[in-house]
Design a protein around this ligand. Structure first.
Ligand code: 5AD
Ligand code: SF4
Length: 478
């Protein structure tokens, strides 16, 4: 499976408009329209924003032309992501001109990075709100309605929105994101996230388990525990014993607690930093059938020197040993990666080291990027962005081509195997076929035949064909 954008920063989803339909629209006196860009965390945050706005009498609409409030939840990870949002703001400018009372708000990482400057640069933006300030949205909207431009980009050391019940936007009713921690302390030199999303903080474990239980009761069968760096999840109850466990909760503990909600509730997580994923996490994954055998383990580069410049804190050999350990504990575990082509000073040989570590790790899929210098990051301050654009592009193409071959080879190894598949819905191409995923996160397509299965059901499927991105099978009768 090939993706040039990653799951946490999936540009293929950029610009989707989300609207909750579970609610009677006539019960709201105003309408908001929201578009989310970038990572899964942003999509999850939009569900929190929707919940806050609903409490203020705002109903969602899919049609921005009938909205009183247009919100863009933005991404700053690469320059291209910011350009996409700016283009979209220009489009909204036209609508705003013909509808003077309508407000436009920018949320998320671009809001945080550019702050009040965004109001000067994009004259028709009324509200700018950073990722930790969504609770202040109702107040800011109130002020903006009186004609003021409003900004709140305060970052917090505590905010986790633990008590806010997300409004599931455009959900398939089967899979949901559950945010477990926010922020990142890692300071990878290329990355703007620590500046836009602030310091790491973990959400109360009890509220996470309660949310997963509630999702199960509503019919959901898969949760993805989300955070910029889930393995550094750590929650200590203020009062010993107050949570019933009486001790601090690590990510391994949390995984176990969530897995115990119900054996039919699949558990996934994203994203892991290779330096932080512990043996205890791996053995917990191995112990529970419903914790999916799939790890997104971004390598970024296969060269120890480049990894050092990136401040990734592991070497090439250390990463390879981690892959070995994962495969020892879970031989059927799928791996995916994030890879950056053409980081500052990267030589041809170091690029080959990246290709080589990809083959070693046998990634099932990867999210692959050209290095994009971000203002204010360590790399922007310390190193020259000195790899010519055409060299970056050629290296990316080599990475993409190799990943294509690795994905195909991985799918070929699955021919003849039988997988437990969670049905998500009709396949895109054919309503006579189901689409689902196996534990390894591979998309599986198969004919419905005469069976009365429904989305949310598990079914055993034997694979007889494959493309680069999909396994094709038949319901197993045995
Ligand atoms: N340029 C290119 N890719 C980047 N990423 C993060 N920052 C940059 C950047 N400045 C990629 C990393 C990260 C993923 C979410 O985005 O691979 O893991
Ligand atoms: Fe960025 Fe590194 Fe944190 Fe990921 S771990 S969000 S790449 S600083």
């Amino acid at each position: 499976m090939l993706k040039v954008a990653d799951k946490t920063h999936d540009e293929s989803r950029q610009g989707e408009a989300f609207a909750p339909f579970a609610v009677d629209p006539s019960s709201y006196h105003k309408r908001f329209y929201i578009e989310s860009y970038g990572c899964a965390m942003n999509f999850s945050d939009s569900e929190i924003v929707a919940s806050i706005l609903q409490g203020e009498g705002f109903g969602a609409t899919r049609n921005f032309e009938e909205a009183d409030l247009i919100l863009l939840n933005t991404c700053s990870i690469r320059e291209k992501a910011e350009q996409t949002v700016r283009k979209r703001l220009t489009e909204f400018r036209k609508i705003k001109k013909s509808k003077p009372g309508m407000l436009v708000g920018v949320l998320g990482c671009m809001a945080e990075r550019l702050k009040a400057k965004l109001l000067e640069e994009e004259k028709l933006v009324d509200i700018v709100v950073g990722p930790d300030a969504y609770r202040s949205l109702p107040g800011l909207i109130g002020e903006a309605e009186t004609g003021q431009k409003t900004v709140n980009v305060l970052l917090s050391r505590e905010e986790t929105y633990a008590d806010i019940s997300p409004v599931r936007l455009e959900s398939n009713g089967i899979s949901a994101f559950v945010s477990i921690m926010r922020g990142c302390n890692n300071m990878c030199s290329f990355c703007v996230v620590p500046f836009t999303r602030g310091r790491e903080r973990s959400r109360d474990a009890q509220s996470i388990v309660a949310e997963v239980q509630e999702l199960f009761n509503q019919g959901f069968r898969e949760v993805t525990l989300l955070g910029q760096n889930v393995d550094s999840y750590h929650w200590s109850p203020e009062n010993e014993g107050h949570n019933g466990w009486g001790k601090a909760v690590t990510f391994a503990n949390l995984l176990e607690m969530v897995a115990q909600v119900h054996p039919d509730m699949r558990v996934r997580f994203s994203t892991s930093h290779p330096k932080d994923i512990t043996e205890e996490v791996l053995t917990t994954m191995a112990r529970y059938e419903n914790i999916c055998k799939y790890i997104h383990l971004p390598v970024q580069s296969g060269s120890t020197r480049v990894l050092q410049l990136m401040n990734r804190t592991y070497t090439r050999e250390w990463y390879m040993a981690k892959v070995d350990q994962i495969m020892r504990i879970m031989p059927d575990c799928a791996l995916s990666s994030d890879i950056i082509a053409g980081f500052c000073t990267e030589t041809e040989e170091e690029h080959k080291d990246t290709l080589d570590i990809m083959s070693y790790s046998k990634y099932d899929f990867s999210y692959m990027f050209i290095y994009s210098e971000r203002p204010g990051t360590l790399a922007a301050r310390r190193y020259k962005d000195d790899i010519p654009e055409e060299v970056k592009k050629r290296r990316l193409q080599e990475i993409v081509d190799l990943q294509g071959a690795l994905s195909l080879a991985s799918n070929e190894r699955d021919l003849g195997k039988t997988f437990k598949v969670l049905i998500e819905g009709d396949s895109k191409r054919n309503q006579e076929e189901w689409k689902g995923r196996n534990s390894q996160n591979k998309v599986v397509v198969f004919p419905k035949e005469e069976y009365a299965y429904q989305p949310g059901d598990y079914v055993w499927v034997t694979i007889h064909d494959r493309t680069q991105g999909t396994l094709i099978g038949r319901i197993s009768k045995g």
